[in-house]
Structure formats: C-alpha cells, structure tokens
Design a protein around this ligand. Structure first.
Ligand code: F0G
Length: 407
C-alpha cells in the first residue's frame, strides 16, 4: 500500500497514507507519497492509458486519473472530484523559437486546464483525498491560481473553500474566479509568504490544508509529465524548462520522471531547468553561490505576481529534481519576462507572465552560448493569458505610447 514518508533521505520516517500531517513529525521537513510498484509492466500500462482516452469513465476523461496506477489511491469513479482536468496540448513554438534562436521548441500548455492553470492537476488529487478524509473546510494561501482552483474543486466537492491572498497582489482575474466559485476570501497584509505563515499558524483542526506542501497535490501534478511523454511516444526531450515559485511543480515533475525511470517507462530524464524571477529568486541565488541552503528573499518583487514568493517551501524537493536530472536553476528580469510574454502572445499561444519566464530563460541561455540551437526543448506554460489581463493592458498602453513617441 502506498504510504507517506519524510522527503529527506536521511530521515525516512514513514506515516500512514491518510495521516493529515503536513510535515515530518521527527525533523519537520515535507512529506511525500511513496508509490507501490505499479501492477503491470510498462508496455501494458502505456497501452492501457492510451486506450482509456476513448472511455467515458470520469476518471478516464481526466488527464490526471487516467494515470491512476501512479497515484496513491483509486477512490472509484463515484468519489473522484474531477473537472476533466489535464488533456492539455503540446504546441510547437514558431515565432517564439525563431526569437529565442532554437529549432525544436514545444510548449506544454497547462494553462489550458479548467480554471486556467496547472493547479487543477494537483487540486483534483488533493480535493478527492480531502473529501475522502471527511474534510468540511479546505484552505490554502495563494498568489491567485491555487485559490481559483481550490475554489472550483471545493464547490464540486460541496465543502467550504477558504483562500488566503496577499492583499492587492493577486491579479483581479484570479480573485474574480475565487469569488465566482464561492470561496471565502481572506486578504492578508504582506506577501504570499506571510499569508502562508498565517494559515499554517492557525491551528484550526477543522481546516484541511491544500497548499502544494500537501503531498497529494504533488501526486496530481506529476501527471503533466505522463501526458507530455505519452504525446511523444515516450521519447524524452533534452530540456524541460519550468517556472519556479513555491517550487511544488518542479518537485512534482522531478518525482514523476524519477518514478517513470525507476519502473522502466523511460531510459533517461530531461535536464530540468528552473527559471525564477530575478526579484523572487532564492533558489537561483543559492545555485549561483553554490550554497547549501536558501536565504529567503524578505520582500519579493516581480511583475509575475504568481511567483512573487521569497521563501519557497518545496526548495529541497525541487533541488533534488534539478540534481537528479543534471539540470540547473537561473533567473530572468521583469523586462525579459515582459518581452517573452509578448512574443508567446504573438505566436498565437498566450500565457500569464510567470509562465513566460521559461521562454525568457531559453533566449537568455542561447544568447550566452549555453544552449545548442538544435536541442529539443519543452517549456511548461503554467497559466492562461486571461489570468492577468491588467498586465496585458498596461503593457500595450506602454507600447502604444512608445509608438506615438516614435512618430
Ligand atoms: N506559474 C504560475 C502561473 C503559478 O501560479 C505558479 C504558482 C507558478 C508558476 C509556480 O509554481 O509554486 O509550484 O513553483 N502559483 C502558486 C499559487 C504559488 O498560489 O497560485 P510553483
């Protein structure tokens, strides 16, 4: 049976799968799910997963539950809280590839999920477990996307959703989603880190926590890698480029790739490149300095509000993912993010600012001669263009002004 284990190799404390602890009772580090070896060999499961695409079972219509052999538990069709998340396409970069100076660039667009971000992949898993555990109120701190996703899935699960947002810092579009789906919104003075601290400090036993420190969330987010690799008939790209905020997503991708390799589904893993915003870059700084611990950024600042995070909780797991893949961590400025975001828009794809760190990073690496023109790159876009329309309007006001000045 799958179980929980401390994510620090030297500790290895184990807990029952349904224990609600969010941290190791011995060392305080994050927990992770240990998956049993899946029943069936790789070629059988690859065929089974593909076959499920023509099934109307609600679990099979989900790009998460279709891969349930790698999730901790199958709760049954009746008890699975799903909005048919996942099933997102991989789109080839055209103008973006030319702009960045690479030949073989693809975008896995997780922004094309039910609430417009990758959070839905984790939320279906976390909310299904929350409901199974008898939760009546679920909560998260968020820069906006987790809040929107939690709100929708809480509504489907018929439980109360409560979201803690840094006041005035989440985009209006994300806030509107949380309200539309009927969540209770608590605005906290300060940053995302303050909101998360405040939530974790509230020892209310009624609350079920659904931040990405919840190991079930991570399990759902893993499946983006299954979809991606299935799409390429299980061939593995050279690079996987991912934006980094609280670092749950890069942790989930690393875990997925590690498990797929361990159980014989792939022979190697892509190099994972995490890109942070320069004003919210504790992992990139640590990487650059060759340090062993992160130093939190006290006042994180970036236009990419989704990743305005100074003290990422999952940094150890994400670092493990980078190291196991032979990858690296870097950062890009707000200006570089803005240019890359506009270019993704011009390519007919669109994304929110945080997602554009990926393309900005790729261009920067190429310009510095650190990336070969012919490598195969997949960049993960995490949020939809409509997630931050104020940003787009402001950016285009500026462009219009500049054009007017140029005449
Ligand atoms: N991209 C988007 C669009 C996000 O919303 C987030 C995180 C990230 C990237 C970074 O992912 O935290 O797993 O490294 N958003 C969280 C939220 C923090 O509350 O919506 P990460």
């Amino acid at each position: 049976m799958s179980h929980l284990r401390c994510s620090v190799a030297g500790c290895a404390t184990t807990l029952d799968l349904h224990d609600r602890a969010l941290a190791c009772p011995r060392c305080g580090e994050l927990l992770e799910v240990v998956i049993d070896s899946p029943s069936g060999d790789a070629s059988h499961l690859k065929r089974l997963w593909l076959g499920r695409r023509s099934s109307f079972d609600p679990r099979d219509a989900s790009g998460v539950w279709r891969f349930r052999e790698f999730l901790p538990l199958d709760y049954g069709a009746e008890n699975t809280i799903t909005l048919s998340e996942g099933n997102t396409p991989v789109v080839r970069g055209q103008k973006t590839a030319e702009w960045a100076g690479v030949r073989d660039l693809w975008f896995k667009h997780l922004g094309w999920n039910p609430t417009g971000s990758f959070k839905d992949l984790g939320m279906t898993a976390g909310m299904t477990e929350a409901k199974f555990a008898g939760a009546t109120t679920v909560a998260c701190a968020s820069t906006g996307n987790t809040a929107a996703s939690l709100a929708a899935y809480a509504a489907r699960a018929r439980v109360t959703g409560r979201v803690y947002l840094p006041a005035g810092q989440a985009s209006n579009n994300k806030l509107a989603q949380a309200l539309d789906f009927g969540a209770e919104v608590v605005e906290i003075e300060g940053s995302f880190d303050d909101a998360l601290n405040q939530l974790l400090a509230s020892k209310d036993p009624e609350l079920y926590f659904l931040n990405s420190i919840n190991p079930f969330r991570v399990e759902g987010q893993k499946t983006a890698m299954f979809e991606l690799l299935e799409r390429f008939d299980w061939r593995v790209p050279d690079y996987l480029v991912v934006p980094g905020g609280n670092l749950g997503n890069s942790s989930a991708f690393g875990k997925a790739l590690e498990e797929l390799k361990r159980f014989g589904f792939i022979e190697r893993v892509p190099q994972i490149v995490i890109v942070q915003a320069a004003g919210a870059n504790p992992l990139a700084r640590m990487w650059e300095a060759g340090a062993k611990e992160i130093t939190p950024v006290a006042k994180p600042e970036t236009v990419a509000t989704a990743i305005r995070i100074g003290n990422p909780r999952s940094w150890r797991k994400a670092l493990h993912a980078v190291e196991l893949s032979g990858g690296f961590v870097m950062d890009v400025t707000d200006e570089e993010i803005g240019e890359a975001k506009a270019m993704i828009g011009r390519d007919g794809i669109g994304c929110e600012p945080a997602s554009a760190t990926t393309l900005a990073g790729i261009r920067k690496l190429r310009a510095a001669g650190k990336l070969d023109r012919d490598v195969w790159i997949v960049a993960v876009l995490t949020g939809h263009a409509l997630k931050d329309t104020d940003y787009i309007s402001k950016q285009h006001e500026r462009t219009k002004r500049e054009l007017a000045l140029a005449h």
